[in-house]
Design a protein around this ligand. Sequence first.
Ligand code: ADP
Ligand code: MG
Length: 702
Amino acid sequence: MGKLNNKLISIPIENLPATSSTTIKRLKSVGIITVWNLLNYFPFRYENYLVISPIAKVQSGETVSIKGKIIKVFNLTSKKGLKIQKLTLADESGKIDAVWYNQPYLLRILRIGSYVALAGEIKGFFNKISFEPKEYELLEKLNSPTVHTGRLVPIYPEKNGLSSRLLREKIFYLINHLGSRWDQDGIAEIFPAEIVKYNNLFGELNAYQSIHFPQNQVDAKKARERLAFDELFTIQLSAALIRKEWDKEQVKKSFKLEPSFKISLQNFSQNLPFQLTNAQNRSVKEIIGDLVKSRPMNRFLEGDVGSGKTVVAAIACYFSYLNGYQSLFMAPTEILASQHYQTLKETFTKLNLKIGLQTGSKKIIRKHKQKLEKLIKSIDYDIIVGTHALIDKKLQFDRIGLVIIDEQHRFGVVQRAKLKEKGLNPHLLTMTATPIPRTVALTLYGELDLSIIDEMPKGRTPIKTYLVPQDKRESGYVWIKKKIKEEKIQVFIICPLIEESEIETMKSIKAATKEYERLKKEIFNEYKLELLHGKIKSNDKDLIMKNFKEKKIDILVATPVVEVGIDIPNATIMLIEAAERFGLAQLHQLRGRVGRGKKQSYCILYTGSKDDVVIERLKFFAKTQSGMEVAEYDLKIRGPGEIYGVRQHGVVDLKVASLSDYQLIDKSKKAVNYFLANHRLDSFFEIKRRIKEYNIKQITRD
Ligand code: ADP
Ligand code: MG
């Protein structure tokens, strides 16, 4: 393509011919930096303008394309001042009037004598047909190729001032000027031929052509399938490669399961105030099984909110201690870190373990007040609890055998590299309460071993969830007041989710503050309210949580930051504002903040939405207790991107693939295994490039 004579992947978008600087700016603002990025901006549907009809044959109710010569144009103004553009189009069979409203510029483009194609739905009755075209395009000759009419016309997401029409034009140009070699300016096959053949896939070039400008619906589907296959293949191959590397690793500290340790572990379990569930026992067994291997553990412990992951992790820490090693226990926030610290201290009261808390304020809370450095260097602690930033701290790492990471999906490549820099290659246990269906976890996190706690401790009363429309808001408040008065319970009120970005964070804090003031003044003036959000200083935050735990606060008004891990058994009501803005998985996490004690707990969803789909989704949530069911429902209804969202520690952004397409996941996984067994990755540079790109995305996400 002349000017574009370069590797497609790296051709800057500025090289697009006949493109204004405004358009370039807009393209860049949606992340289209190269020509390749533009080719990867996919339509989300197609308008069917395949039928090209002679003008005399068009019928009311038909969606068609017509072509002809413009024989008349009118510019009219209606009585109400509406500007009407009208033209008459003729072909050999007859003529038709087409009309537009308030688009006067059109008549500068569509002039008498020009050839034009129009597309849209024909309306009206019998000889009173009316036609308001959705698309038009000028043609050099009657049989010139068309872009916006006479085909399945791709509809692109319109963002930041980019119209679907403009994107279509630019992409059409690219598709028609592609070469056929990756190393030059084209798209070529990325897989060995037999993978394409065996899986009955479209070729790579065909896939790109057909996702944008398919001949028919079947081709559009095949194109999508091929590109989805590519995505799933990349993710799974990447995981397989990480796993292969991991398999070569050796732990520096090797764990042993001596008979005396076995007894200690048993005693420990028996002395817990409760009996472990089968799922907890199974997970413990899987973890211990990993810990005694020379390959470092890389395990993912997934379990619903309140399923009791902490105690499982604590047992792993205890085993580490028995072997003479320290454990790092990391949580995403300081609140959670100090809560874990408390829990672990209670769990280990009868034993000799020394537990330290390291917070961002560089303090280790302990009875004696020595200097930080000295304390940490003393490697005094058997378990060090802190935030995820712990690994950046100047800890003395040489006694660490186990690292626990709470409420994170995956320990990032970057963090792991940091540990290795410190000469450490410990066992890793990552935990999350985000319900990720097993198939999804196995696809996205194929490099991890998976333990799922799929059972709740006995004796939990299910949380009652109610959906409350706007007009019942007041009675909701009345009911809450009564509950607080009569049962001395406590309440969370979660303010609406506003998207996560620095500006938006400030906005959501502002909104929460306002709501807090309103509630305090107008609704709950006889009660003790407190406000909690992400920008409150950590000392104050800790104090608020402490006061809430000690029942000095009745109602905690919070931004959705309280989402993960907080344990306040006396809080039995969770009120969520604008519930429709949350993914169900997130709602489930929020709901999990209550229902932790013996009393009946409630989750109240306030919504102003009247959208049927939204209401149905929330109603489904209200009658379902299981996080996994909720996640699977969400997976079907909304894309994975939306469920887990960015703020919900983004899982991965799949463009075409769906994580509920189990068949394609399975196919692509088999293809990965076949590929690894029969080919050398080095000879497939485009696959290699994609894996690298995917990994970089993962790293920047962490
Ligand atoms: P999560 O998996 O959400 O991190 P936690 O570990 O915080 O859950 O556990 C929630 C609560 O359940 C804690 O108060 C914990 O002591 C309790 N718990 C854990 N396991 C059991 C069990 N087997 N039986 C009864 N209660 C349990
Ligand atoms: Mg937890």
